[in-house]
Ligand binder design. Structure first.
Ligand SMILES: Cc1cc2nc3c(=O)[nH]c(=O)nc-3n(C[C@H](O)[C@H](O)[C@H](O)COP(=O)(O)OP(=O)(O)OC[C@H]3O[C@@H](n4cnc5c(N)ncnc54)[C@H](O)[C@@H]3O)c2cc1C
Length: 406
């Protein structure tokens, strides 16, 4: 068996893992990223990659706004590899949420991330076929849109490589190795890689990996359908994306006269395992999705499903990702449970985790994602923050003898 070494091992070459590997490598740390398949070919590759800032929560809105700004910069810098398309994005809001949403819009609209609140009537100037029925208002983000999620992961992996990272595709990590309560390395079919820091960014496979070292994660894997719908008459000249919780759908343009359309209703998802990915979708489920969209946008009146796929979400109980240090094991970091909306946050998760690993601090507010938040709401474990043992920076770990492998 081979034994190799690295300072940091990142497991998972999705948008999350690639962003972390890229930012760690750019801080001069020896990092290896492993993916059992190809970079960006996990759920990142299934994602419509919608990027927008508005959330019903101020912290998420701030973070998503900063991330959108960074994704736009990355796209410019890579000559368009991230595939950023600023088609604009609208979010439909019910009456009951208008007041709270207005506060968020007023606090966030600026030149970097403009957003405005439109009446349903005014929204028809942006999306001419929108029905105002049971709509309180519409949040309009002219710079919202979508990216090529797989292209973004591959761009980040190549940036990581330029900074000295090793990207290993087609290599599965069988388990995370520990010595007492410290990370000691990872095991692949070919051998062992010794390291003091492991980041579990394995998406829907993250709970299996965590189980390999007896550290359960409260992540539920669910099956999610995505349809490609052809509309006969595309009456929206601007071709914005749109999402609405109350009606239960989101969509964004995809090629001439077609849209990617998904459901956000719990009743349309079901428990699954990662191996269920790519199962055929049921035509009746897809017709339901078209029905939700038709209730708001008349372009879907004669919409025809021309393609579909199933993918999987890694969902936490509160719908927020789990990002940070796992206090149960020294050297183990988590960036998983992205709950179906994590692509847009990859710039912050990459920079933030890298800063925490290398410098011990980050400018981002990751409190919502803490592995220590209450278990019911999605935490990895129940260790309160104050009981965390050490908060080591990589500079302090360097030079110390690695623990023995077991
Ligand atoms: C249908 C759908 C729609 C979505 N829509 C949006 C959206 O519009 N906007 C948005 O922001 N987000 C969206 N998301 C979520 C988003 O795509 C993901 O959260 C994001 O891409 C981050 O994925 P990830 O890197 O965490 O996981 P993944 O991309 O799944 O990456 C995990 C990787 O880990 C690898 N791996 C797993 N186990 C091992 C192992 N043992 N050893 C080695 N490698 C391993 C896998 O091969 C995989 O490539 C959507 C997701 C889906 C499925």
């Amino acid at each position: 068996m081979n034994t190799e070494s690295a300072e940091v091992v990142v497991i998972g070459g999705g948008s999350t893992g690639c962003s972390i590997a890229c930012h760690v490598a750019e801080q001069g740390v020896k990092v290896r990223l492993y993916d059992q398949g190809a970079v960006g070919a996990g759920t990142t590759g299934d994602s419509p990659g919608i990027v927008r800032a508005f959330y019903h929560d101020q912290t998420l809105t701030n973070l998503a706004g900063e991330c959108l700004h960074l994704l736009r910069q990355w796209d410019e810098e890579s000559g368009g590899d991230c595939g950023y398309n600023p088609c604009g994005f609208l979010t439909g809001i019910p009456d009951a949420a208008v007041i709270s949403s207005r506060k968020i819009v007023e606090a966030n609209s600026n030149a970097v991330q403009p957003m405005s609140m439109l009446s349903p009537m005014d929204a028809s100037a942006v999306m001419s076929d929108i029905s105002p029925s049971e709509l309180g208002s519409v949040i309009y983000e002219p710079l919202g849109g979508y990216c090529d999620a797989r292209g973004t992961a591959r761009y980040l992996a190549s940036r990581a490589q330029r900074s000295g990272a090793r990207i290993r595709e087609g290599v599965r990590i069988e388990r995370i190795l520990m010595e007492r309560d410290e990370v000691a390395g990872v095991e692949t079919a070919d051998g062992v890689v010794r390291c003091r820091i492991v980041v579990n960014a394995a998406g829907a496979w993250a709970p299996q990996l965590a189980a390999s070292c007896n550290l359960p994660l409260p992540i539920r894997v669910t099956l999610q359908g995505l349809a490609t719908v052809l509309v006969s008459d595309d009456i929206d000249a601007s071709r914005c994306g749109y999402g609405e919780r109350a009606l239960g759908f989101y969509m964004r343009p995809h090629g001439p006269k077609s849209y990617l359309l998904g459901s956000v209703l719990a009743s349309d998802s079901r428990p699954a395992s990662p191996s269920d990915r790519n199962l055929p979708t049921s035509p009746t489920a897809l017709e339901r999705y078209v029905g939700y969209a038709r209730a708001r946008l008349s372009r879907f009146d004669h919409g025809r499903t021309i393609g579909s796929r199933f993918s999987i979400f890694d969902e936490t109980p509160d719908g927020n990702p789990i990002v940070g240090r796992d206090p149960r094991v020294e050297g183990l970091w988590l960036a998983a449970g992205l709950s179906g909306h994590g692509f847009k946050f990859c710039p912050a998760f990459g920079r933030g985790i890298a800063d925490l690993i290398v410098k011990g601090t980050t400018a981002y507010d990751f409190s919502l994602f803490s592995p220590c938040r209450s278990h019911e709401s999605g935490a990895a474990c129940e260790v309160p923050e104050k009981k965390e043992t050490r908060r080591e920076r990589i500079t302090e770990i360097r030079g110390r003898k690695a623990p023995n492998l077991r």
